[in-house]
Ligand binder design. Structure first.
Ligand code: AMP
Ligand code: GLY
Length: 420
């Protein structure tokens, strides 16, 4: 079959890497792709948030199956346009993508089905929000309701900090995303991510992971899209995972179906776990980046079979074959990220990296200039390895980091510290 993957990051490189290994995959196209993806797939220029353009592209290349990587095309309704055109697609509808696009929507859904999550209140005006903060008192978490590229969340230890955050959001610091504000109880515990496929009815767990969102070692400094990740997450063991399925994920999926907006695609549940009890922090309607990279390294070719079963509504009969293995990925980013950084710097040493079912160098932000691979984004490479233990996976991933010759790049040296 001919497969189209939408996106251009390390997540999409790992999805392409897994699909390309499956004998069902004949032609593989990634739009727009990047310099690393070009080595496993054809790359094509395409406005992936323009549903009509994607439908036309799919018809022109006889594409049988579309996998949507990032949230923006989902929120723009691209999977709806594809389904209307009769194309098999892996990715939720625009209505179901509200689970990520609106925090207030998700909180109300949890209320409706009794899924445990932080207590919250939702405001469209500053004055009542400030009253609520003063009545409740810190610590509190203040969130812009809409999509704010992961930046619209302020963790406030004190009442004063929470008041300042509310004023900042209603003052327009996060643009339209902050026109509505959600204020939440500050949950304590350990965070982990649970990834499941849903076909509207059935749910298939495909792995757990933990990432490191802060730029600095010891989880300090500014928030980023993620500086590294590993799978499985020890804190999300079998019993906790079962509780998360029974108490959070399955009730929410059933409520989405009951409302006539069934969830179809990968559901990424961010959980806070304390004393063996999971509570929902947030949902994302796509794979995490870089969490996808460790999941794909562990799943390999069967990832395509699972995504197909999901898109075709056959998850009830689908199975994952698990190995007792661990995977870890280290993000190499351009110096300065998540602030300003240089583009166009040359990256050497890539040809010598191991490239097999235990090692992959996934490209996030790269391009080719004059025949050389250059940095084209903030997060640039994901050095990813798999082993019998987390320590082995980590040693292998850092050996790959050390073989890359890129003076303008940096990594965190402590990915996986919490689990080791
Ligand atoms: P979100 O964009 O909702 O995922 O929030 C980003 C990060 O903020 C999460 O990954 C958590 O680390 C943290 N966070 C969000 N909500 C809460 C909460 N209610 N309690 C504690 N931490 C939170
Ligand atoms: N790595 C976090 C995310 O993809 O949202």
């Amino acid at each position: 079959m001919n497969i189209l993957i939408l996106g251009s990051g390390g997540r999409e490189h790992s999805l392409a890497w897994a699909c390309a290994q499956n004998p069902k995959c004949d032609r593989l196209i990634v739009a727009p792709g990047n310099a690393g993806i070009e080595q496993v797939a054809e790359c094509a220029a395409l406005d992936i948030c323009d549903g009509a353009a994607v439908v036309e592209f799919v018809a022109g290349r006889a594409v049988d199956f579309v996998i949507v990587g990032p949230e923006a095309p989902l929120a723009a309704g691209v999977s709806d346009r594809l389904r209307e055109a009769g194309v098999l697609v892996f990715g939720p509808s625009q209505a179901a993508a509200e689970l990520e696009a609106s925090k207030a929507f998700t909180k109300a859904l949890c209320d409706a089905c009794g899924a445990p999550t932080a207590a919250y209140a939702h405001f469209t005006e500053e004055a009542p929000a400030l009253d609520y903060v003063r009545e409740t008192g810190g610590p509190l978490v203040v969130k812009a309701d809409g999509l704010a590229a992961g930046k619209g969340v302020i963790l406030c230890e004190t009442t004063e900090e929470a008041e300042a955050a509310v004023t900042e959001m209603f003052g327009g610091a996060f643009g339209a995303a902050g026109a509505e504000v959600v204020i939440e109880e500050f949950m304590r515990g350990e965070e982990a991510s649970f990834f499941v496929l849903c076909d509207g009815t059935d749910v298939l767990p495909i792995g757990t992971a933990q990432d490191h969102k802060r730029v600095g070692e010891g989880d300090t400094g500014l928030n980023t899209g993620g500086m590294g990740a590993y799978s499985p997450a020890p804190v999300l063991d079998g019993a906790v995972a079962q509780r998360a399925l029974d108490e959070i994920i399955k009730p929410c999926v059933a409520e989405m179906a009951r409302r006539g907006t069934p969830y179809e695609g990968v559901l990424y549940a961010g959980l806070m776990i304390a004393d063996g009890a999971p509570r929902l922090v947030e949902y994302n309607v796509r794979f995490g980046d870089p969490e996808c990279q460790v999941l794909m390294l562990r799943l390999g070719a069967q990832a395509l079979d699972a995504m197909l079963a999901c898109a075709e509504g056959r998850l009830g009969e689908a199975q994952i074959t698990w190995a007792e293995d661990h995977a870890l990925t280290v993000v190499m980013a351009a110096k300065g990220y998540p602030g300003g950084y240089m583009k166009g710097t040359r990256i050497g040493g890539l040809e010598g990296l191991p490239n097999d079912s235990f090692h992959a160098c996934f490209h996030a932000g790269t391009a080719v200039e004059d025949g050389a691979v250059v940095a084209a984004g903030g997060r640039v490479l994901n050095l990813t390895a798999r082993g019998a233990s987390l320590q082995e996976a980590r040693d292998q991933a850092y050996a790959m980091v050390d073989a890359v010759d890129w003076p303008e790049g940096f990594v965190r040296r402590d990915i996986g510290w919490r689990a080791l």
